[in-house]
Design a protein around this ligand. Structure first.
Ligand code: NAD
Ligand code: GLY
Length: 382
């Protein structure tokens, strides 16, 4: 039986394309998007009757599972749900094996589809399961955290952790569609919202001065909390921040899908942020909080090295403060910090590569920061 796809409603949905040379895909953003999941899949060329496995976690299932499944079934998909445990410590090959078991039990075929409904943990694992089941089936990302909406769901990095380090096992596997419904953020804890805001700020500093300007305006209105919660940000600004962030990530991914060069700028704040996560112990700081500290520290390093101005660093700090994010470098042994930097994935021939800001909206990738400059920068934000 063939089914003619009905035209998508796209009510209030803004579409941004990830313009890859092969298999470009849309990012659809708008309140109510989740209820359009089924019809948007038909619009992307999936046929009614296709088997769909929705992968989610208990919290997201409770809030949004029925809506997602209902939309898929109403559109004629043969859909079922797998609920996996939440948490970074669950991001393991063993959990991916559970997803594979569900693929087997539901007899998913080459033309079948996995829908990742959740934050970055669900998205990375469901994406990796899709990349590996039958050597690759389609995945659609439906992110429900701010961090996943602006970063993890876009760009095709999928994977799990190894005891030796985060995300060491993985594959590039681009989604067929990213569907972002900001209304799902209503239930997200504020701390998680703020962590996602760190990645939004990142896009402003690395390449979008206009986005930074929008953030700065909110920060100026309320320096201590203007960006710290959904209520403070408001629906209009949130939609704009989501669109600009998604577009920023889409541009970088389209230009450098496999991180041969440019894509590394997305790691702004992550090199030193990763040190904070590792040395303070995973779970002490959320990823986005560590990135905020890392951006402040990278800004100080730029300042120490004369690459950008004190005024730009002040503006960056102001926006990070308005998002309620931490800025202070923790009390860490300098030798341990330098040693941890040497273990970073971005080290080449013993030289640590930092993404360093040169102005609001411009960065350089530099591997010529010596230990004295790094420690002086960290001292300035301790
Ligand atoms: P997460 O997936 O752990 O979600 C954070 C918490 O929010 C969880 O407890 C989750 O249950 C809960 N949650 C999710 N949506 C909710 C909602 N709408 N309402 C209420 N609670 C909700 O964390 P995250 O910050 O989304 O993602 C972090 C992960 O993403 C890390 O594993 C990181 O490595 C990965 N990541 C991947 C990429 C990439 O390019 N693939 C980029 C950045 C981060
Ligand atoms: N989060 C970094 C990247 O997608 O490359």
């Amino acid at each position: 039986m063939t089914t003619t796809p009905s035209p998508p409603r796209e009510i209030g949905l803004r579409s941004i394309r990830v313009e890859l040379s092969t298999n470009p895909y849309p990012i659809l953003i708008g309140d109510g998007g989740l209820s359009q999941l089924g019809e948007q899949l038909l619009a992307q060329g999936f046929r009614a009757g296709t088997k769909v496995l929705v992968v989610t976690n208990p919290v997201v299932q409770e809030h949004y599972g029925a809506q997602a499944l209902g939309s898929l079934q109403d559109a004629g998909f043969d859909a079922g749900t797998l609920v996996i445990e939440a948490g970074e410590d669950q991001k393991t090959p063993a959990t991916v094996a559970l997803i594979h078991d569900a693929c087997f039990a539901r007899k998913l075929e080459r033309g079948s589809l996995i829908v990742a409904l959740g934050g970055g943990v669900v998205g990375d694992m469901a994406g990796f399961a899709a990349a590996t089941w039958l050597r690759g089936i389609a995945v659609v990302q439906v992110p429900t955290t701010l961090l996943a909406m602006v970063d993890a769901a876009i760009g095709g990095k999928t994977g799990v952790n190894h005891p030796g380090g985060k995300n060491l096992i993985g594959a590039f596997h681009q989604p067929r569609l990213v569907l972002i419904d900001p209304a799902t953020l209503a239930t997200l804890p504020e701390r998680e919202f703020r962590a996602g805001m760190a990645e939004v700020i990142k896009y402003g500093v690395i390449g979008d001065a206009q986005l930074f300007g929008e953030l700065k305006a909110a920060a100026t209105r309320d320096p201590s909390a203007g960006l710290a919660s959904q209520d403070a940000v408001g629906a209009g600004l949130l939609q704009s921040l989501l669109e600009r962030s998604a577009a920023a990530k889409a541009r970088v991914v389209a230009a450098d899908e496999r991180e041969g060069g440019l894509r590394a700028i997305l790691n702004y704040g992550h090199t030193l942020g990763h040190v904070v996560e590792t040395l303070c112990g995973y779970g002490t700081w959320l990823h986005g909080e560590a990135v905020a500290i890392g951006m402040v520290a990278a800004g100080e390093l730029s300042l120490v090295r004369g690459l950008w101005s004190a005024e730009d660093q002040r503006r960056q700090r102001e926006v990070i403060a308005a998002a309620g994010l931490p800025q202070r470098w923790p009390d860490l042994d300098p030798a341990a910090v330098l040693s941890c930097l040497q273990g970073d994935k971005k080290v080449r021939e013993g030289r640590v590569r930092f993404v360093l800001p040169t102005g609001i909206g411009t960065v350089e990738i530099r591997d010529d920061s010596d230990s004295a400059a790094i420690l002086a920068a960290l001292e300035r934000c301790s």
